[in-house]
Write a protein that binds this ligand. Structure first.
Ligand SMILES: Nc1ncnc2c1ncn2[C@@H]1O[C@H](COP(=O)(O)OP(=O)(O)OP(=O)(O)O)[C@@H](O)[C@H]1O
Ligand SMILES: [Mg+2]
Length: 279
């Protein structure tokens, strides 16, 4: 029996106790044919100014959104899901770091009424079972991954999800510190998200403040099909938000540093290249 990792919505304990957890079912792998069908189709991020540069994300693949704290990773990921919901591509947001109500309140103040999307089946927000990390500690990487992926897959089937965000991935790395385990785990997680769920995925990772690395564990960027590095640059007395397109596998996108803004109700808005700024 797999240990359930997530529940939909707020109060995990109560929901499972009263029998609202999903039934156990076998999740078939996405067939090769289905994968081929998605082959080189692109999923538009819907992020203003970005699709013009990258075309879109490869459907069915996994992208890394990374950056130091407060650089806009959550708003970037949520923009991707909301834009998807608006064009009939439901999404799943795996909320790992924040309380469900705080998250919904924050999004509402930002101009996004998530309840509206949830009630119409265009968005599912999954929260981590409180005892999941504890139960999974010291388990083989494959066991933890399968618990997580099977669980997400069942929710994804419910709303026919096309997009998925895990924000952030670090708390799901239940044996942090074990480097070999972590590498195997992240690799297996990405492969299985792609093979067993078939959504276009964003995984959020943090860069420790002041570090020159691209991600928390140093492996995420190799395994992802593309890497968006968000940052904040000081320009004289002002700060600008930056988006570094570090890697876009199979896309004719050279590395580039762009400026972006965070706009209430819209999310991320990508402006021109940083070098084109006039002072
Ligand atoms: N209404 C708004 N208008 C403009 N900027 C905003 C608004 N709301 C939030 N922000 C900016 O967005 C930032 C937070 O963005 P976000 O939560 O996406 O960052 P993050 O990289 O996910 O951070 P964390 O590391 O805490 O997860 C805030 O620090 C603030 O500067
Ligand atoms: Mg965040």
């Amino acid at each position: 029996m797999r240990i359930p990792a997530f529940v939909s919505g707020r109060d995990s304990g109560v929901r499972t106790a009263t029998g609202h957890a999903l039934p156990e079912v076998e999740i078939p792998e996405v067939t090769l044919e289905e994968q081929r069908k998605y082959g080189y189709q692109l999923a538009k991020t819907g992020i203003e100014g970005l699709d013009e540069i990258i075309g879109g994300l490869l459907r069915g693949r996994t992208y890394l959104v990374t950056g130091e704290t407060g650089t806009g990773k959550t708003l970037f990921s949520l923009s991707f899901l909301i834009n998807g919901a608006e064009i009939g591509e439901p999404g799943i947001y795996v909320l790992v770091d924040e309380e469900y109500d705080d998250f919904l309140n924050g999004a509402y103040d930002f101009g996004w009424d998530l309840e509206k999307y949830i009630s119409t089946g265009r968005l599912q927000i999954l929260t981590l079972m409180p005892d999941f990390v504890e139960k999974m500690r010291n388990k083989p990487a494959e066991t933890v991954v399968m618990s997580i992926v099977d669980n997400i897959a069942r929710y994804a089937r419910q709303i026919d999800a096309k997009r998925l965000v895990i924000d952030p991935v670090a708390p799901l790395v239940v044996n942090e510190g074990d480097v070999a385990w972590t590498r195997e785990y992240i690799k297996s997680l990405i492969i299985n998200l792609e093979k067993r769920i078939g959504t276009t995925n964003i995984i959020v990772s943090e860069i420790p403040t002041g570090s020159t690395s691209l991600s928390r564990f140093g492996v995420e960027e190799f395994l992802a099909a593309g890497v968006f590095v968000l940052g904040i640059e000081r320009m004289g007395s002002e700060f600008v938000r930056t988006l570094f397109l570090r890697k876009m596998r199979w896309r004719p996108v050279p590395p580039g540093l762009y400026e972006f803004e965070i706009v209430r109700g819209k999310g991320i808005v990508v402006k021109g290249k940083l070098s084109q700024r006039r002072f």
